[in-house]
Design a protein around this ligand. Structure first.
Ligand code: AMP
Length: 264
């Protein structure tokens, strides 16, 4: 089984993000970048599936600037086998990225694609869904895990996605609880927060990763239409939160909630 895992380079979620005064983007000077947190979970899941099956290959794919090599090396250090970086310096919308993945999935003859449910930079939550549509493959989004499995599976490193007999069983989070789906493989699965706890790269893993294959492909060499269908008009930071106020007593608090905030 060949598992393709998508890995996006995104700003560190703990960094304080500042929007450019003209709203055309964010200020990237001195910004730290990391593997999209949901993609780390996808890498971990692929590694668990590989460890369970004994015979899978885990291939990481990314689309972006050359600097995304850093995030791919992180995934290789966690244990993935090799990586492909499609070098693109221009801004790409989700459909363009999904089309590139479509081509890579076909070229690589992948059996399973794991993606994060969303990239935390644009919060689009659509690349996996678009990829499944382009491939004509079944999809399961927001793969999670049942509570009862959680502690036991975490201890033993068991994958939350179960694959056997040409089908994948996926527990997914929905508003009212959990939904369990079965879908034939090949398939596209996007992963949510509670699926697993990603491993840290070990020192030997980091050393080994330096020698693993990281192939770079020029975006133009793929013959894929990447013309944007979507234009971001502007970005605005959230309104500044007003400072809080200290009240002297419970009585004063109740009065303020009643008379000023009018919430009780
Ligand atoms: P999005 O639809 O942009 O929220 O992204 C969903 C998932 O698609 C992410 O978690 C990534 O796994 C993948 N993805 C989107 N854009 C890229 C990219 N440029 N490179 C690698 N993976 C990506």
């Amino acid at each position: 089984m060949k598992i393709l895992v998508t890995v996006k380079r995104v700003p560190d979620p703990n960094a304080s993000i500042k929007v450019k005064p003209d709203g055309t983007g964010i200020i990237t000077d001195n910004l730290k970048y990391v593997v999209n947190p949901f993609d780390e979970i996808a890498i971990e899941e692929a590694l668990r599936l590989k460890e369970k099956s004994g015979g899978a290959e885990v291939v990481l794919v990314s689309v972006g600037s050359k600097t995304a090599q850093e995030q791919l090396r992180t995934g290789l250090a966690m244990g993935a086998d090799r990586a492909i970086l499609v070098v693109a310096e221009q801004e790409l919308d989700s459909l363009a990225v999904a089309r590139i993945f479509h081509k890579l999935v076909q070229d690589e003859k992948a059996d399973l694609v794991l993606l994060g449910k969303q990239a935390i930079d644009d919060d689009a939550n659509q690349t996996g869904q678009m990829l499944a549509a382009l491939l004509g493959w079944p999809q399961a989004t927001f793969a999670s895990k049942t509570d009862s499995l959680e502690s036991e599976a975490e201890k033993s490193g068991t994958p939350g996605i179960q694959i056997s007999g040409g089908a994948a069983k996926v527990v997914r989070e929905v508003d009212g609880g959990l939904e369990t789906l079965e879908l034939p493989v090949p398939a596209v699965i996007t992963v949510d927060l509670r699926l697993n706890v990603p491993r840290y790269a070990s020192l030997p893993g980091i050393m080994k990763a330096r020698k693993k294959e990281l192939k770079e492909l020029a975006i133009d060499s793929l013959g894929v239409d990447v013309k944007p269908k979507l234009k971001i008009l502007r970005l605005d930071p959230p309104p500044k939160r007003q400072a809080g106020r200290k009240v002297g007593s419970v009585q004063e608090l109740v009065q303020a909630l009643h008379n000023e905030a009018k919430v009780i």
